[in-house]
Design a protein around this ligand. Structure first.
Ligand SMILES: NC(=O)c1ccc[n+]([C@@H]2O[C@H](COP(=O)([O-])OP(=O)(O)OC[C@H]3O[C@@H](n4cnc5c(N)ncnc54)[C@H](O)[C@@H]3O)[C@@H](O)[C@H]2O)c1
Length: 330
């Protein structure tokens, strides 16, 4: 298939391009590089030994995206082109609603006009809000605590309504848990701007000496050791999940959790990183961060049943691959 990967120069998008190319699909990337670099496209080509067609464009702009749809005959679209910093979304809600919702509308509209009937969307476990764990796809969604989360809920709703009105249009809503790690070549991985918001890039930067100490937010949660528990999934497993979701998408709206079903606490992740890489990660406990949930992980059984998707890589692989990438950054 020829697939448009919107946001394909980013962290999850670039790994998904690798997985798509490995399975023999053709890849066209549309990315405005607002949170990524053009060199990532070359790295994808280097890993796979295949060509990637790249357009540096903003997918919210019709004048940018229309020529791409008229030039290519896509079999499907995967939409990663979103802003993702939760804290920033609280401070700049309009920027988030504008970019994340309009990108969904614009890509869906192009699909309708150019008769592209497969659409895979990057959603997030954040749409579950503070539901009971494990999170299951059939749960009623509870309010999220920030505009970022709302853009995911709204985008899901838009795509479901679009599917209802156009039965030949098929949508897969993929609710990611916590992707970490990197491709095992060490060539692509997560490259946050400034001080990382997420735990793993923070750990790798402390291990490297770029940052002094890791701050662990809260040690009094009702969890195994008092620190927050998340469901970490290797980014290459997540990427392979996209290929399966795309290939098996033949009707309606399909919703899948992409996680491992296993919870890991902050302290467990630090220990795993130290064990995998034989390096110390100094940390200190600080106050809870407002808006953080104590614990969540996926019920991963639907993706396993219907997509035959299971995460193959463990926590130690995630830690090793994340560290290899960070070291290669120089
Ligand atoms: N990383 C996570 O933990 C996580 C978890 C759940 C969901 N998601 C979602 O997955 C998607 C990808 O996340 P990521 O971690 O790879 O983020 P990322 O920032 O690395 O990748 C997003 C890419 O989209 C591009 N982009 C953003 N707006 C664009 C626009 N208007 N036009 C063209 N390109 C645009 C950016 O330049 C970037 O390359 C996002 O939608 C994010 O919300 C991420």
């Amino acid at each position: 298939m020829e697939i448009l990967v919107a946001g394909g120069a980013g962290y999850i998008g670039s790994h998904t391009c690798v997985a798509l190319l490995k399975e023999g699909h053709r890849v066209v990337v549309a990315d405005n590089l607002c949170n990524s670099k053009a060199e990532t496209i070359h790295k994808i080509e280097q890993i796979t030994n295949k060509k990637v067609v790249f357009y540096q464009i903003d997918v919210t702009k019709e004048e940018d995206i229309r020529p791409v749809f008229s030039k290519h005959q896509f079999d499907g679209v995967i939409h990663f082109a979103g802003l993702k910093a939760v804290g920033e979304s609280v401070k700049e809600p309009l920027k988030y609603y504008y970019n994340n919702v309009l990108s969904t509308i614009m890509l869906a509209r192009m699909c309708q006009e150019y008769k592209v009937n497969r659409f895979v969307f990057s959603s997030s476990a954040t749409v579950y809000g503070e539901n009971e764990i494990p999170f299951v796809e059939t749960m009623n969604l509870l309010p999220t605590t920030n505009p970022y989360g709302e853009t995911k809920v709204i985008s899901e709703r838009i795509l479901m309504d679009m599917q209802k009105a156009n039965p030949e249009f098929c949508v897969s809503l993929l609710r990611y848990f916590n992707p970490i790690g990197a491709h095992d070549s060490g060539l692509i991985g997560e490259m946050p701007n400034g001080i990382p918001n997420n735990l793993m890039p923070y750990i790798t930067q402390v291990a490297k000496g770029k940052l002094n100490k890791l701050k662990v937010f809260g040690k009094d949660y009702p969890t195994v050791d008092g620190t927050g528990v998340r469901d970490y999934i290797h980014v290459m497993d997540l990427a392979e999940g996209h290929v399966l979701a795309l290939e098996k998408l033949t009707k309606g709206v399909q919703i899948y959790n992409l996680g491992t079903g296993q919870g890991t606490s902050v302290l467990q992740l630090i220990r795993a990183f130290e064990e995998a890489n034989h390096i110390q990660v100094p940390f200190e406990i600080s106050e809870r961060r407002p808006g953080d949930i104590a614990e969540f992980y996926a019920d991963a059984s639907k993706a396993e049943r219907e997509l035959e998707f299971t995460a193959r890589r463990g926590i130690l692989d995630m830690c090793r691959d994340a560290w290899r990438f960070e070291k290669n950054l120089g």
